[in-house]
Design a protein around this ligand. Sequence first.
Ligand code: VGL
Ligand code: ZN
Length: 207
Amino acid sequence: MKALIIVDVQNDFIPGGALAVKEGDEVVPIINELQQKFDFIVATQDWHPADHGSFAANHAQKSVGEFIELNGVSQILWPVHCVQGTKGAEFHPDLKTEKWKAVFKKGSNPKVDSYSGFFDNNRMGDTGLSAFLKENGIEEVFVCGLATDYCVKFTVLDAISEGFKTTLIADATRAVNIQENDDLKAIKEMSASGAKVVYADEILYFS
Ligand code: VGL
Ligand code: ZN
């Protein structure tokens, strides 16, 4: 059976949010349509404590975009975003959530970031997503959401390493693009790692 994984479609990643992804809002109607094609849907939610180590504000004399070492892992510093219980951490208000089987929160450990919906960045913490999918007979996953070059990419790469047949729905994602073309680089990397890359129309009209 197949599942749709909706990654981090939260207010802080939408234009006007704390870590705004350009055109991030444009994925919402596409993902809502895609949901009609899936019986098994899960979502991930970036869910940081206010003292999270990925926030530039929590490091003296550091700015957004600089790198530090966090728990032995190179960490780019972000603006404060998706703080637990805030409006910014909520899902986009237009995103349909009725069919979701579960939400997997990530990034709650202040000492390590967690881009992937499966594991944190030093692969210690496990959200339980892989076991949940397997327990429910899921063998194939389709990934969409925000952001192409961070949480979507690492979710796709972990899905592949967990043995799921994995498809990226490219136009149902948008990228942070710190460097121009980070989105294309990320898509190439996912494809080279074994992900199939499709456009939403292929799923909406040909499946
Ligand atoms: C994300 C940066 C920091 C994402 C989350 O959802 O792609 N990016 N936290
Ligand atoms: Zn985050």
